[in-house]
Structures are given as structure tokens and as C-alpha cells.
Ligand binder design. Structure first.
Ligand SMILES: C=C(O[C@H]1C=CC=C(C(=O)O)[C@@H]1O)C(=O)O
Length: 394
């Protein structure tokens, strides 16, 4: 192993050292993921030194200390990018711990050291096409008409908006997002898809202790002031039905694989920043149901759920592609850590932004049903953008 590279990395023992290193990695060609799970204090980061990365072979269960990133792209089977954890960092309070995975070669470490030293190293981000999202209100009105004509039941339509970003270090922005949204999955990724940050309220799936599978149906939105308690929130029929469609979609996925034993908890009102949503949790004991590969199977069936695409899935996806007029890229895709102490946590990439030069591009969508009103849905996307806008401008 390269002694110089090793010695340099071993000096990292504080939060300050670790965040300084991670900030530098963004300017190198190495893929990076930094995250903090909901209701946890520890920040994790991995750097992939493997070059082309590893292909996903439809087997979530065999991945060890990796991070998956999948764009919205609804094609099947899912084919996420796998970031391998060659360098693994834990940050807790003011301390940090850095580990190098035994599979990492000395050449990889030396290459990494040189990339950090070279001021000329090219980052990996590909240029972003500047295509604006279509007129949102017109699109919603078209969707309502198609739904009333019986062509589909629900479609989730999205848009993006660019805001000034004062060139703040992405790591500092990540730390602020993580502090502001303790209940969310907070992340920063730097890959060929660019630099993305977010505070997602929606779990796609979790596997805990290699035994307990869970997934959430999250939908229905209303603004929620900090002073209002969740028990005071009342829901309209439109939102109840919108969220029920996501639950029915998940149950249909279980039925496809003949899985009948699952717990269904909810729907309950949950808080996500300045918003309230309805959430139903689904849990399966993989040992009791003899379904050790449930994670991989369900990942393929679930994405994209009716919380980000619609119902029926193919018709809704066709509508999105024909009307939105832009590439969602990582927005409404999924990402998260896999195989850390037997745990996997994948989240839907919502309440997110992409850093593009001196701009921050914020993305948000809203579930359209037959009762949707264009101006209300537009306001809902603006509310959703507030989550990260608050972090950006504070
Ligand atoms: C599509 C988004 O949110 C989804 C998750 C929760 C509530 C939603 C809604 O009320 O429309 C969406 O289905 C987004 O945040 O961009």
C-alpha cells in the first residue's frame, strides 16, 4: 500500500479534517456519497476508487458497504450505479474515523492521493442540458382531462426552478440541511450525474438486520406550520385517495410475488419540514415468510412508485415523458446505503437540488388526480421547494 497515501488518510481524526477531505473529493474524478439517516446523528461518507464502478447484478443482498444511485428512469429491471466503499468515513460530533476497505489496492490509493494534490484534476460531472420544464399549469390541466377521460388514474408531474447559489461549499450546505431536517434522509452525492443534495422524507425500502423489510407509501401534501400539532391536521378526500393509490400499488407488488403476510400501519400524518404528508408503513419479516431476497425483488417492482410516477405506471410514465419536457435525472430516482452492518436504506430522491455552477436547480412534483386544480398544484411544488430553499438562503 502506498505509504504516503496511507499516512495522509490516517491523519483524519476530526470532523474538520474529514469535511475538508470530502470537499476536495468533489473536485476529483472520484464518485462520492455523504449521508445521514433519519433520526440519527452520525454522518457517513464513502469514496469509490474503483474507476468504472461496479455493475448492479440485481442482487442487493450481496452488496457490502456500497451506495446505490438510480435516476428516475422507469426502465426495468432497475440498473442503479453502485458506488463501492473504498474509503469509508464516519463523522460523529467533532470526531471522525476513516477506514480503507481491504479490497482497495495501493495503486488506487496512490491515484487518489495524486488526484487530491493535483489542482488540475477534472471533476466527473457531465454538462447539464438547459431545457426548461414545460408550463406546469397547462400540463396539470391536460393531465386532469386525461384522467377524466379514463386514460389514467393519477400522474405525478414535476418541474424545476433555478436559484442563485453563492458558491458555498457543498459540504457546508449538506451539514446545514442535515441539521435543519433531522427526520429526513439527508445526502450529498458527486457522481457523473453531477452534485446533488437533498432531504428526502420518503423511504423506498429498508432491510434491517438482514431480516426486516419495510417500505412506505407517502403522498398527500399540505402546508404545516411548526406550531401546529399533527393531531390537528385534517385531510380532504383528494389527498386521502391520492395516498391510498400508493398503498394499493405497494400491495399489488406484494401480490405479484404472492406475499400475503405483511403488516400495514397507517395512514398517519407525518411532518416533513414545512409540510404534512400521509404515510402508511408496510413491514415484512423475511425470515418468517421465507423470502430472503425480498429486497431485490421489491426494488425492481416498486420503482417508480405511484408517489413519483402514477397509476397505471406505464401510462403515467408515458404522460410524464410526453409532457414534462425535461430529464428528471436523479430527481424522483432512488439512492442510499446498502450492506452496512446488515442494513440497507434506500430513499426516493425528493426535496432535492442539483448544483450547477453558480446555480442551484430545485426540483418538485405533485400528484395529479381528477380533483386537482392547476394553481393549487403549482403552489404545492413551490412549498416543496421551500424545504431546500430555506437551507440555501439561510
Ligand atoms: C413528488 C414529490 O412528492 C411526493 C411525495 C409526497 C407527496 C406527494 C404529493 O402530495 O404529491 C408526492 O407524491 C416531490 O416532493 O417532488
Amino acid at each position: 500500500m502506498s505509504q504516503a497515501a496511507l499516512a495522509q488518510l490516517q491523519q483524519i481524526t476530526t470532523r474538520e479534517d474529514a469535511t475538508a477531505l470530502l470537499s476536495q473529493v468533489i473536485h476529483t474524478p472520484y464518485p462520492l456519497a455523504v449521508w445521514r439517516l433519519p433520526n440519527e446523528a452520525k454522518i457517513f461518507a464513502i469514496v469509490d476508487l474503483s474507476g468504472s464502478g461496479q455493475d448492479y447484478d440485481q442482487n442487493l443482498e450481496e452488496l457490502h458497504e456500497a451506495f446505490l444511485i438510480n435516476p428516475y428512469n422507469a426502465s426495468h429491471p432497475v440498473a442503479p450505479q453502485v458506488l463501492q466503499g473504498n474509503i469509508i468515513i464516519h463523522i460523529h460530533n467533532s470526531e471522525a474515523e476513516l477506514r480503507i476497505a481491504p479490497t482497495t489496492s495501493s495503486d488506487q490509493l496512490e491515484g487518489f492521493r495524486q488526484a487530491l494534490e493535483s489542482k488540475k484534476a477534472d471533476p466527473i460531472h457531465q454538462p447539464v442540458a438547459d431545457i426548461s420544464s414545460g408550463d406546469f399549469s397547462t400540463m396539470v390541466a391536460d393531465a386532469v382531462q386525461s384522467i377524466r377521460q379514463g386514460k389514467l388514474e393519477k400522474v405525478v408531474l414535476s418541474r424545476y426552478e433555478d436559484f442563485d447559489h453563492q458558491g458555498e461549499d457543498p459540504l457546508s450546505l449538506f451539514e446545514r440541511i442535515a441539521e435543519m431536517y433531522p427526520r429526513a434522509f439527508c445526502h450529498l452525492t458527486s457522481t457523473t450525474h453531477g452534485i446533488w443534495l437533498g432531504a428526502s422524507p420518503e423511504k423506498l425500502l429498508s432491510i434491517e438486520g438482514q431480516r426486516y423489510f419495510s417500505t412506505d407509501a407517502l403522498a398527500g401534501t399540505q402546508p404545516l406550520a411548526e406550531s401546529i400539532s399533527l393531531s390537528e391536521v385534517a385531510w380532504m378526500q383528494k389527498e386521502i385517495e391520492e395516498q391510498a393509490m400508493v398503498s394499493r400499488y405497494i400491495i399489488a407488488c406484494f401480490k405479484k410475488i404472492r406475499l400475503r403476510e405483511f403488516d400495514e400501519i397507517g395512514p398517519k400524518t407525518v411532518r416533513a419540514g414545512n409540510l404534512a404528508h400521509l404515510k402508511t408503513e408496510f413491514k415484512v419479516d423475511m425470515e418468517a415468510t421465507n423470502s430472503p431476497l425480498l429486497g431485490s425483488t421489491m426494488l425492481d417492482l416498486l420503482h417508480p412508485t405511484s408517489a413519483v410516477c402514477g397509476f397505471p405506471r406505464e401510462t403515467a410514465d408515458d404522460f410524464i415523458k410526453a409532457h414534462e419536457g425535461y430529464d428528471r435525472s436523479l430527481y424522483a430516482g432512488f439512492m442510499g446505503p446498502v450492506g452496512f452492518n446488515g442494513n440497507t436504506h434506500l430513499f426516493v430522491n425528493l426535496r432535492c437540488l442539483q448544483l450547477i455552477g453558480d446555480k442551484a436547480r430545485l426540483y418538485a412534483g405533485a400528484g395529479i388526480t381528477e380533483d386537482s386544480r392547476p394553481e393549487k398544484e403549482l403552489a404545492e411544488t413551490a412549498h416543496k421547494m421551500q424545504t431546500l430553499l430555506k437551507a440555501l438562503h439561510s
